[in-house]
Design a protein around this ligand. Structure first.
Ligand code: SF4
Ligand code: SF4
Length: 440
């Protein structure tokens, strides 16, 4: 197999609930909760005081170092409190509570819109950094860091991730259908900034309207290809996408950039374009609200910091059958025990699932059927890893390439014994990380 990847699974995609629902803007709620940690890396440092008036787009927290990202006010209002608030990661995290000015037209301060073609590479990267752009596919890795490849590496291909393989999610789909020129503009800026001659946008074949819209938006003379991809989970995982687009395998322990490839999400591309179109930093994002547990599934433009309960209420609330609310998709998403947690920069979807939609079997002993091995797209042995995890033998898990596990959930999905395999691996990864930090 030269292109495409082996193994993987085919869960029902459930995208029909929102795939054709056009984007609309959610009205501002009364309050917004803005955590200082909304990205991979160090949390941002607070820059506002209680009672301070802010305008939409003002900095409320500065990046703390290179692998960090600033946080901006998503609406005009007053800083009402700073303290610990529920975070989508399940913990209490430091956050700013912003009381939204209900009479404000929410027009940001006039600001310089950088003319990207006149900027040096460093200036483009700095504009992206100052705008707080992070990967919008879920991981929320600061985008400016990726735009500066490590010394000694050269990027020859920019791969744009439009696969959106997680069931239910359609936020990238609607971005591509409704803002194809913006996506392409963002790609063009990244190509120029990285001095990359070629870009490929990978989109699963179940989004023919997005493929068509993007193809129409590519200007003549630019080497940007829109590549339809097989519908298979986890097609949107970075390593799988690179395999599907370039035919190359990212070796264990290496980064895509070591192959000369850099991956960005379509939402991030559109966000970069917006920085150079309007000058507005990342203060809102597109979120899919779906599942049979929500009254009116939708694709919304949501201000960062809106609480889950406010977003759900705007969508008609939960249905009586709703059992669980998940951030992200059902395969890799995080169950939200507290509906006061806010939408953060990395929130792709809010999925309210009913009992019928939750595939949860009672955990039984492993029957050694081998299905998890056939499902794992990175050829790990989940059965063996699970046995080691149960015994707390983390060193042996590391030796069995735990680091290569991307927690995609394919193994858990196929396991007839209902073993929560990827959850076990996630806990083990946490234990290994904490031990490393303690030893440092
Ligand atoms: S969660 Fe990890 S072990 Fe399981 S299928 Fe995905 S990559 Fe493989
Ligand atoms: S799929 Fe489940 S039952 Fe089958 S071998 Fe893997 S862990 Fe065991």
């Amino acid at each position: 197999m030269r292109f495409g990847f082996q193994h993987g699974v085919h869960p029902p995609d459930a995208k029909e609930l929102t795939a054709q629902v056009p984007l609309r803007r959610m009205p501002y709620p009364e309050e917004l909760v803005l955590p200082l940690k909304q990205h991979a890396g160090k949390p941002a440092k607070l820059r506002v005081r209680l009672g301070q008036q802010v305008q939409r787009g003002d900095v409320i927290a500065e990046a703390d170092g290179w692998v960090s990202s600033p946080i901006h006010a998503s609406a005009a209002g007053v800083i009402k409190a700073v303290g610990l608030y529920p975070h989508p990661d399940g913990n209490m995290q430091e956050a700013v509570l912003l009381a939204v000015d209900r009479y404000s037209p929410q027009i940001p301060r006039p600001r310089m819109v950088p003319e990207w073609q006149g900027l040096s590479r460093e200036e483009v990267v700095e504009a992206v950094r100052r705008a707080g752009v992070v990967g919008l596919g879920g991981a929320a890795f600061p985008t400016h860091v990726k735009l500066v490849p490590p010394e000694g590496t050269t990027v020859h291909t920019l791969v744009i991730n439009g696969a959106e393989c997680e069931p239910y999610l359609t936020s990238d789909h609607r971005t591509m259908v409704e803002f194809p020129e913006r996506v392409i503009f963002g790609v063009q800026i990244m190509m120029a900034s990285l001095d990359v001659p070629k870009a490929v946008i990978g989109v699963e074949k179940n989004k023919p309207d997005a493929i068509e819209a993007l193809r129409r938006a590519v200007p003549a003379g630019l080497d940007i290809t829109v590549l339809p991809l097989t519908v298979k989970y986890p097609q949107g995982a970075e390593k799988m996408l690179i395999r599907s687009v370039t035919g190359q395998e990212v070796p264990s322990g290496k980064l895509p950039v070591h192959l000369g490839v850099l991956v960005q999400n379509v939402g991030s591309a559109a966000c970069i374009a917006e920085v150079f179109e309007t000058g507005l930093p990342l203060v809102e994002r597109i979120v899919t609200v779906s599942g049979l547990g929500v009254a009116k599934p939708a694709n919304l433009i949501v201000p960062v910091g809106a609480r889950i309960r406010d977003v759900l209420e705007y969508c008609g609330g939960l249905t009586p059958a709703a059992r669980e609310v998940v951030f992200g998709g059902p395969m890799m998403g995080v169950v939200q025990p507290n509906l006061d947690a806010p939408v953060v920069k990395g929130t792709t979807g809010i999925i309210a699932l009913t009992l019928d939609e939750i595939v949860r079997k009672p955990a039984l002993p492993c029957i050694h059927c081998g299905r998890c091995l056939e499902a794992c797209p990175v050829f790990l042995n989940p059965e063996k890893l699970a046995a080691l995890a149960q015994l707390g033998r983390h060193d042996e898990m590391v030796a069995a390439h735990l680091a290569d596990c991307m927690l995609c959930g394919s193994c858990s999905y196929v396991c007839p014994s209902g073993l929560p395999l990827s959850q076990m691996f996630s806990l083990s990864k946490g234990a290994v990380r904490r031990r490393k930090e303690a030893a440092a």
